[in-house]
Design a protein around this ligand. Structure first.
Ligand code: HEC
Ligand code: HEC
Length: 372
């Protein structure tokens, strides 16, 4: 087995005069993660019992691409989370080893250190838990853990577990921890938008207008806006981290055909149809879109927000109150964007593509040149 040398990615950026903070994960650790200061702190979301170490990251990377973790050795995590698609799979919903499709679209694995609830309806509390669930899940990798562990032992993984966790005893928990370490290191912070924030890239007029529109809450007659940044917050473009505040009903369905979403986790009817607000980083690479992959293109997504909102009892207030024109109360919310404004928002979304992230050799398949 090849051993992968991880040399730390070092980015030190200063944004609007703030000092870079949260630079290092563990002072006496060999694995260092540095991120732009405008990403905010992250140390508090690394569990004390699972700091990221170079050996843990390397093991996690191998397990992520390890087909032996599936029932018929045909599928790894990377089958549905492919690096060149920003760790998605290009499908509306993702079929597992038995060809049975789940109800959800694969999610990009990016900047997970700035999230607290995982999966579309928020049912997973930690990356560790969400990392072993697909292995067992009958519509995903459909493997039994005793078999998986035996196959890893046959491959000689004991040594790697020894190096990463100081024990040769392979357990489900340690598999989850190693996978989580690898995934927490999947940080995308070198898109054109980041380069612009660091003063290294001059945006086109359309990109600049798109950024403005994206982050502006409209006030009819005074301020034009696309309202996106109300939910896709700040440079991370993901939802709020606290509790379930980052879960919203963005008007995909009316009450009759709406899926449970967060209600499945909380049991609260007010949470019906609320889903996790995903990060839009690398969004141009992760089609199709939404929890069920219903939109093929970003143009369709923008049309949805502009003029395709479905009314329902749990439709988010930020959508109801976000219009460029005065609408009568109870009227179906619309944004009333011009064609130029839609193009501008699209240009901004394309700025979020990070070529370095999707080609970074440290995140790629250690076993072959294949992507998965
Ligand atoms: C058959 C396709 C498939 C496979 C294989 C698969 N996943 Fe996923 N992954 C998905 C889908 C679909 C979702 C969304 C699930 C949901 O919302 O319930 C997801 C969600 C996730 C998330 C949550 C991301 C977030 O931002 O909330 C993580 C983490 C994850 N997968 C990690 C893994 C790991 C680790 C493996 C390998 C052990 C793996 N996945 C294997 C399809 C897959
Ligand atoms: C009320 C909060 C809210 C607002 C406002 C909002 N979004 Fe979203 N967005 C979400 C949520 C929640 C999802 C996931 C919904 C789902 O799949 O059920 C989402 C999904 C998306 C997706 C698909 C992501 C993926 O991985 O499939 C894109 C693209 C997107 N939004 C772009 C935008 C743009 C552009 C705007 C502004 C025009 C915007 N959003 C405004 C909450 C919001």
């Amino acid at each position: 087995m090849r051993s992968i040398l991880f040399s730390a990615i070092l980015f030190l950026f200063v944004f609007e005069g703030c000092e870079p903070k949260g630079k290092e994960i563990e002072p006496d650790n060999d694995f260092e993660i540095s991120v732009p200061s405008y990403f905010g702190s992250f140390n508090e979301r690394i569990p004390e019992n699972n700091p990221i170490t170079t050996k843990g990251f390397e093991l996690g990377r191998m397990l992520f691409y390890e087909k032996k973790l599936s029932g018929d050795n045909s599928m790894s995590c990377a089958s549905c989370h492919q690096q060149n698609k920003a760790f998605t799979d290009g499908k509306a919903v993702s079929p597992g080893i038995d060809g049975i499709s789940g109800e959800f679209s694969s999610m990009s694995l990016v900047n997970l250190l700035w999230a607290e609830h995982f999966t579309w309806n928020g049912k997973m509390e930690s990356v560790e838990v969400q990392s072993t669930e697909p292995i067992r899940n009958p519509i995903e990798m459909h493997e039994n853990f005793d078999d998986a562990i035996r196959e890893l032992e046959e491959e000689g993984y004991q040594r790697l577990f020894q190096e990463a966790f100081e024990t040769e005893v392979i357990t489900e928990e340690l598999i989850g921890r190693a996978l989580a370490q690898f995934q927490r290191a999947l940080i995308s912070s070198n898109s054109k938008y980041d380069q612009y924030l660091r003063g290294e890239y001059e945006p086109t007029p359309s990109e600049r207008r798109g950024e403005q529109l994206f982050f502006t809450h409209p006030i009819p007659g005074q301020l034009r806006g696309g309202n996106c940044g109300d939910c896709h917050l700040g440079p991370l473009t993901s939802g709020a981290i606290d509790e379930f505040q980052g879960f919203h009903n963005n008007g995909l369905d009316n009450d009759e055909n709406m899926k449970d979403g967060l209600m499945r986790v909380t049991g609260n009817p007010a949470d019906k149809g609320r889903f996790k607000t995903p990060s839009l980083r690398n969004i141009a690479l992760t089609a199709p879109y939404m929890h069920d992959g219903r939109f093929e293109t970003l143009e369709e997504v923008i049309e949805h927000y502009d003029n395709g909102i479905h009314q329902s009892s749990t439709l988010d207030i930020l959508i109801i109150e976000g219009s460029n024109e005065n609408q009568a109360s109870g009227e179906r919310p619309e944004l009333f964007l011009t064609d130029q404004e839609k193009d501008d928002i699209l240009a901004f979304l394309h700025m979020l593509t990070d070529e370095e992230f999707i080609t970074n050799p440290q995140f790629s398949n250690p076993f072959s040149d294949e992507n998965f």
